[in-house]
Design a protein around this ligand. Sequence first.
Ligand SMILES: [Ca+2]
Ligand SMILES: [Ca+2]
Ligand SMILES: [Ca+2]
Length: 296
Amino acid sequence: MPFGATRPLGSTAGVWQQTQQLVDPNGAAFDVFGFDMALRGDTLFVGALWDDVGTQVNQGSVVVFRRQADGTFSFLQRLIAPDGTAHNEFGTRVHAVGNTVFCGSPNAVVDGEFGRGAVYAYHRTADGTFAFAGKLSSIDGHPGDGMGSSIDDEAGLIAVGAFSTNVGRSLGAGAVHLFRRNLAGEWLDVATVVGDAAVGSGVSISGFGSSVCLAADGLVVGAYTSEVHGWPSAGCAQAFSVGSAIDLTMDGIIDGQDLAALIGLMGSTEPTAADIDFSGIVDGADLTMLLGAWGS
Ligand SMILES: [Ca+2]
Ligand SMILES: [Ca+2]
Ligand SMILES: [Ca+2]
């Protein structure tokens, strides 16, 4: 069906009916609950980036709702960064995949530096609630990078925008960091991608990483404040090829060593690279993804 087309929805013939209105059960003025959200299976995650946490103004939180048997959502829990501070704006971006949710916090503190930004991962535990599972932060970041401005994933790889990063003498040009886990479960910042405006293209990159889309072999990055032919903030998007996170041993090829590593962790619920689809367990689905990339 083409974009813009409509079709009847059963007996309601195209009429969408509201079934529920969700608010933050502990909401307050200027929480901006709903700025971003993610829905995965029966679980809804809603960012409230200016939520005050205790006395920490605008630290931000993500409210989790679980869909009940009758189809309605009910409050499950609130996700808060374990090391959060005022004005972190946790929940600016919310991205869910498998049984994991990633929460962007563009003003998070990293190595004592406010505003480098980070992404906090939480995974679903046996009782159905979500528990903190790691903080993704850049290895070469600076205050004000704003990492966490966008998030996407593909086959074990996580792309995170840092849209205020200074690149050389270009203030606020922006960057995208690519993260993956190793077999020990550690999050690694494996690559930094920056905008590359061709000479003579008339483009001056700015805000690169304001949005990001990741596919199996490619990355597309929005740079919404880029100047184009002298037009301020006309904006642009740039496409790149990317490597694979299915190479579990990180030696440049997907071969028998990767297969052996995955089989050795089969059934494991530890968060490692072998859980390629972030489902929370290493199983046949991960094996299928590995074999699908065999030899690459
Ligand atoms: Ca607030
Ligand atoms: Ca390998
Ligand atoms: Ca899995």
